[in-house]
Design a binder for this molecule. Sequence first.
Ligand SMILES: [Zn+2]
Length: 52
Amino acid sequence: MGKETNIYACREHVEIAIDDFVNKKEIAPQIIKIKNEKCSYCKENAEYEIKE
Ligand SMILES: [Zn+2]
């Protein structure tokens, strides 16, 4: 991942996504409700964007 670390997550993967973000960036992420994106971890529709 580059400088901009945006992760998309479905409900099932949101905790993993937050862990990944915190491990990489060492800051608390914003968690934003979104639609029309795919989960970064599976094929489901994402419900959350995890970003700086
Ligand atoms: Zn998922």
